[in-house]
Ligand binder design. Structure first.
Ligand SMILES: Nc1ncnc2c1ncn2[C@@H]1O[C@H](COP(=O)(O)OP(=O)(O)O)[C@@H](O)[C@H]1O
Ligand SMILES: [Mg+2]
Length: 488
């Protein structure tokens, strides 16, 4: 068969990216070091059936981040966040995983009932106006757009891909009766979205039928005061709330952990919630008064934005308040969260392991592991993706922010280096050896992660109102309620 002459490889797009605007990051060096035998071993251990086939349309993918601690030679894994479909680094994973995830998006597009549906594929980046950050993995979201387009085309419609960069110059371009995918940065999309009185979202006047990116979905709901009609708004994942709100993820994790005791995982995450600034200040002070170190996390943010650490029980109150106000300001400016991205989560600081291999270039740096849970038909599968390593060595006596944040983008930007310099593939013997994690532990971690995600999906079905799916839940009849669950 002759190749489609108008289709080009991702490799060529990445290679040409500096000519097109900004550099895109090639993750093939990480992907190619994921060892197939370990991929199979871990994934088999991390495979569970969904509780029922109705859950298939509720979920696509969630990369879980886990902090690793070691006490008396015993490792424990703390799930810090579940993230979701905004995943950066899909292309770190073996290609069959990339295919399965993209097939899920194609399926999503085929399920939308509107013949001319509009789906928004949101990308993180450009948060700061002063130092706007281009996303170096935009090509992964371009793959999303193509996958959605393929789905629309299965119904025989020719579909269109538009970008916010173009629409901001020419909003009329959206006036087409073709099914359409709009790619754009979260902030650009939020700034241009509107909502009708009936809870229907609109972009430049055109009704919006769906969106992909957990954080974006929750930001949309917050922006419109949770009045969005969720019978008309398909969100992938449908469990986007815990994906975007760490406190929600911990609440669910604690329920799951109580029923699934395992000595590789803590029985409980200590956390509290704060709905406004005074509650947040009081929360942190109470936490420190009890002699506990604290971390604050905003709702719907990422890349460490809004995160602050309170490690000194004697820290002056003025300094504590300054840090909290800084966090609130950052989330207002970067995420357009009016009054700050509340509710915040206050949680316990976990003093994690550092890379223990003497002589390794990142020896003494804190790290975390990322386990990606994804859906393949009626099963959930988990595979370890990468370890993310902070950009500065950790010194307990004078810890600074950079040594505490294991975020690839933050590390790469701070050190003006490639993101791949701060990650290692996890389905890789050498990495496991460097970190001192054994294969049996990793198998158990994968199994735990996929069962936790299944628990979340069970709760979405049982109690949709806990997951931002209520909208006007109280006013919905039974048919509409089931429509809300089907709309993903
Ligand atoms: N409870 C915690 N204890 C210690 N460090 C933490 C804790 N939670 C998060 N961190 C650090 O902060 C970083 C960002 O936190 P995370 O919850 O992953 O939010 P984000 O969405 O901003 O990535 C993590 O990569 C980790 O380095
Ligand atoms: Mg994180």
């Amino acid at each position: 068969m002759r190749a489609d002459p108008l289709t080009m490889s991702l490799e060529t797009v990445i290679a040409a990216s500096p000519m097109l605007g900004h550099m895109l990051e090639d993750r093939s060096s990480v992907r190619n070091r994921q060892e197939p035998a370990l991929v199979d071993l871990f994934r088999d251990a991390g495979t569970v059936e969904l509780s029922n086939p109705d859950q298939e349309h509720l979920f696509l993918v969630a990369p879980l981040d886990l902090l690793v601690v070691e006490t008396d030679g015993r490792k424990q894994f703390h799930i810090t966040e579940t993230n979701g479909t905004g995943i950066g680094g899909l292309t770190n994973l073996p290609l069959d995983v990339v295919s399965t995830v993209l097939d899920g998006l194609t399926e999503m597009a085929t399920r939308l009932p509107e013949p001319n549906a509009l789906v928004l594929a949101a990308i993180s980046g450009m948060e700061s106006n002063k130092n706007p950050r281009h996303n170096h993995l935009v090509h992964e979201k371009m793959l999303y757009a193509e996958a959605l387009k393929r789905g629309f085309e299965k119904h025989g419609h020719s579909a269109k891909v538009l970008t916010m960069a173009q629409l901001e110059q020419d909003p009329k371009a959206i006036d087409t009766d073709q099914p359409t995918v709009v790619l754009g940065y979260i902030k650009e999309l939020l700034n241009s979205l509107g909502m009708n009185r009936d809870g229907r979202l609109r972009l430049f006047g055109r009704p919006v039928d769906g969106a992909v990116n957990d954080r974006f979905c929750l930001n949309v709901l917050s922006r419109f005061g949770h009045q969005v009609d969720m019978t008309r708004f398909a969100t992938m994942n449908r469990c986007f709330v815990p994906g975007a709100d760490k406190g929600k993820a911990y609440e669910l994790l604690n329920e799951f952990a109580a029923e699934n005791k395992d000595d590789l995982f803590p029985n409980k995450v200590r956390f509290s919630r704060a709905g406004n600034r005074p509650a947040l200040i009081a929360g942190v002070l109470n936490w420190l008064r009890e002699g506990r170190k604290a971390v604050i996390k905003a709702q719907g943010t990422g890349l460490g934005h809004g995160i602050e650490f309170f490690l000194d029980p004697e820290e002056a109150v003025d300094s504590i308040i300054d840090k909290i106000d800084h966090s609130i300001k950052v989330t207002e400016a970067y995420y357009g969260a009016i009054g700050g991205a509340f509710p915040y989560t206050v949680c316990e600081f976990v003093d994690t392991c550092t890379v223990p291999r003497n002589g390794h270039p990142l020896f003494g740096h804190k790290y975390e592991v990322r386990v990606v849970v994804y859906r393949d038909g009626a099963t959930l599968k988990a595979i370890p993706g990468i370890t993310k390593i902070s950009s500065q060595g950790y010194d307990a006596d004078k810890s600074n922010r950079l040594s505490l944040i294991n975020n690839i983008t933050t590390s790469a930007e701070a050190k003006k280096r490639e993101g791949t310099d701060f990650m290692l593939p996890l389905c890789n013997e050498e990495t496991l050896d460097i970190l001192g994690i054994d294969a049996d532990q990793m198998k158990r971690v994968c199994a735990y992660c996929s069962r936790y995600v299944r628990y979340i999906l069970d709760q979405v079905q049982a109690q949709p109102e806990r997951f931002g799916l209520a909208g006007v839940w109280g006013d919905l009849n039974q048919d509409d309620r089931s429509l809300v669950l089907k709309r993903a």
